[in-house]
Design a protein around this ligand. Structure first.
Ligand code: IPD
Ligand code: CA
Ligand code: CA
Length: 264
């Protein structure tokens, strides 16, 4: 394990402790609405401060892109941080949320940590070193077709603009699979694809911090990710399809006819 991964794990675990302590007293939290259907609490902010503090103590020269506080300039290394992915779940006591931390170097993702503090599950990856769950190697599944697969997704709940396109994608896929889950924490959904618990995932309108760590986990677990134009511009477009190569092909084929111009 490299020193950078050790630091990322420490940051994620510290944030996990803060979040779990707060989960005992959710009704006392101050909740603010960022935009429609998009909530933030002081837990998100305190957890983010702690993550940045741990990282900056060891790597003061690195840049930061964090959900709640935005960008901090630095060198070629950028830490991409979601301190609490699944805030709506957290606020409802629905136990699917995680901390997501990725490191990008010269536009390449090099390190990923997704930590589920409820189950104490730590998903980690370093570029070229494989993906792990609690120090055990994980791999994506390799089904031959969509038949019998379990897919993950997220709904476009913040704006209705892409709802029709999304519903077209959903109905093109649902009949061919064994089921589709919307668990409400994209970083964890992607970690589940890497661990073979889901066979694939797609969502419209993600942010870099929702997906950066998950994308590297999937890559290191033998899977692939693209945007809706079969390119690798997912971090900027926010649109993502991830799975093993064969299932990715099948998902892309079903999704592509419903991709409107603004989603390309
Ligand atoms: C959200 C979750 C959700 C996804 C949204 C994200 P947040 O992140 O990942 O599953 O559908 O697009 O914004 O706001 O809870 O960090
Ligand atoms: Ca998020
Ligand atoms: Ca968040």
């Amino acid at each position: 394990m490299t020193p950078m991964l050790t630091i990322a794990i420490k940051a994620a675990r510290n944030a996990g402790d803060i979040i779990q302590q707060a989960s005992d007293n959710i009704s006392k939290l101050t909740i603010n609405i960022k935009t429609k259907n998009d909530y933030v609490t002081e837990v998100d902010q305190i957890a983010e401060r702690e993550i940045i503090n741990v990282i900056r103590t060891s790597y003061p020269e690195h840049a930061i892109l964090a959900e709640e506080t935005g960008k901090q300039a630095g060198n070629d290394y950028i830490w991409i941080i979601d301190p609490l992915d699944g805030t709506t779940n957290f606020l409802h006591g629905f136990p699917m949320y995680a901390i997501s931390i990725a490191l990008q170097h010269k536009n390449k993702l090099v390190l990923a940590v997704v930590y589920d503090p409820v189950r104490d599950e730590l998903f980690t990856a370093e570029r070229g070193g494989g993906a792990m769950l609690n120090n055990r190697k994980i791999r994506v599944t390799q089904p031959n077709s969509l038949k019998g697969t379990l897919l993950g997704t997220g709904f476009p709940f913040k704006s209705k603009q892409n709802l029709d396109a999304y519903l077209g994608m959903f109905s093109a896929l649902v009949g061919d699979t064994a089921g589709i889950r919307r668990a409400g924490a994209a970083a964890l959904d992607l970690a589940y694809v890497a661990a073979g618990r889901l066979d694939g995932f797609w969502e419209i309108g993600l942010q870099p911090w929702d997906m950066a760590a998950g994308i590297l986990l999937i890559q290191e677990a033998g899977g692939v990710s693209t945007d809706f134009s079969f390119k690798d511009h997912y971090l900027s477009s926010g649109n993502l399809i991830s799975a093993s190569p064969k299932i990715h092909q099948a998902m892309y084929k079903a999704i592509e006819p419903h991709v409107t111009d603004n989603l390309k």
